[in-house]
Ligand binder design. Structure first.
Ligand SMILES: Nc1ncnc2c1ncn2[C@@H]1O[C@H](COP(=O)(O)OP(=O)(O)OP(=O)(O)O)[C@@H](O)[C@H]1O
Ligand SMILES: [Mg+2]
Length: 302
């Protein structure tokens, strides 16, 4: 049995007639690097705000460390570091001074600042004013702020938003390293599938406020249809044969492709060989996660 760090039950938020988050049952296991994926407006930030008690749910409950955030706010939030939407800092202060403010509020030791700066690779720039920072450096400072204090859960809402490819990569590598360096469970939201694919081990897909999928990245890849590529002689007869067998067949560039939710590749091979076809190639195409995702959501733009 694995421990849940975040669990929501029927979590719902309505803004007037708009249901931004609908009956959400999130389960984030201890130690997970959980990718919370959804298009713009899907309900990611609203969910995260409810987890942090920044917004009250219309219905349902959010439990962090098995305790309802509504009744144990202070105790829970001591263990949670978060960055929602964009980091907040004082532009005219240095990186170090910004962290010093948090250190005093949380009554931490000085070395916590150095540790956080080191993790996000800002030690060299700690005495520079934040207004001279690049967007990526500001984002890293935001993560350093979230890391201050011994956090058991880190919630980062779209931490790579607005960064250039190099910046995205830097933040991505930083996030991947966080569970090991900090020992914390990490939830990161993003609207970019490829990013979640590179970072996360567990995935929750939110679409129009509803959770469409939750599980491991591996389980997500197993969803949807499989595709088998076949090279056989004579090709046209083979196509007809497979079609008559009830397979969904497509011919492209001298190959046959069959797709189905469940295909037994050995069975297909056996049937064709018994029928006298020369089968020179038979393989399962790795389905792109993007296809699974599009199949699931009917396109990212809601
Ligand atoms: N305070 C609010 N009042 C009214 N509607 C809101 C409010 N906050 C969010 N919404 C709406 O709720 C829906 C979900 O918004 P939310 O910010 O949670 O989405 P998101 O997944 O974080 O999107 P993005 O990728 O753009 O950050 C959107 O339709 C948004 O317009
Ligand atoms: Mg958002």
């Amino acid at each position: 049995m694995s421990e849940l760090v975040i669990e929501t039950k029927g979590l719902t938020k309505e803004f007037g007639s708009l249901t931004a988050v609908k009956d959400l049952n999130l389960k984030v296991k201890k130690g997970a690097l959980y990718g919370f994926l959804g298009a713009n407006g899907a309900g990611k930030s609203t969910t995260i705000r409810m987890l942090l008690d920044l917004v009250k749910p219309t219905r349902g409950n959010a439990y962090l460390f098995n305790k309802d955030i509504r009744y144990h706010r202070k105790e829970i939030l001591r263990k949670v570091g978060a960055m929602v939407e964009s980091p907040s800092y004082y532009e005219n202060l240095t990186a170090y001074e910004n962290l010093e403010i948090i250190r005093r509020i949380l009554k931490l030791e000085r070395k916590e600042i150095d540790k956080a700066l080191e993790i996000v690779n800002l030690s060299k720039w700690k005495d520079k004013r934040v207004k001279t920072f690049s967007l990526g450096m500001k984002q890293r400072l935001g993560i350093a702020q979230a890391l201050m204090g011994d956090r058991e859960l880190l919630i980062l809402d779209e931490p790579t938003n607005g960064l250039d490819p190099a910046g995205v990569r830097e933040i991505r590598n930083l996030i991947i390293s966080l569970p090991e360096i900090t020992g914390a469970t990490v939830l990161i939201s993003s609207h970019i599938l490829s990013e979640i694919e590179l970072i996360a081990d567990h995935v929750g897909i939110i679409h129009n406020g509803k959770l469409l999928f939750q599980g491991t990245l591996e389980e997500l890849k197993e969803m949807g249809n499989r595709e088998i590529a076949i090279k056989a002689q004579p090709l046209l007869e083979a196509e007809k044969f497979l079609r008559n067998k009830g397979y969904d067949v497509e011919m492209r560039e001298g190959r046959l492709y069959i797709t189905a939710e469940r295909i037994n590749i050995e069975e297909v091979n056996r049937e064709m060989v018994l029928e006298g076809f020369g089968v020179s190639h038979l393989s399962e195409n790795k389905k792109k996660l993007e296809e699974v995702f599009l199949q699931m959501t009917g396109g990212i733009e809601g």
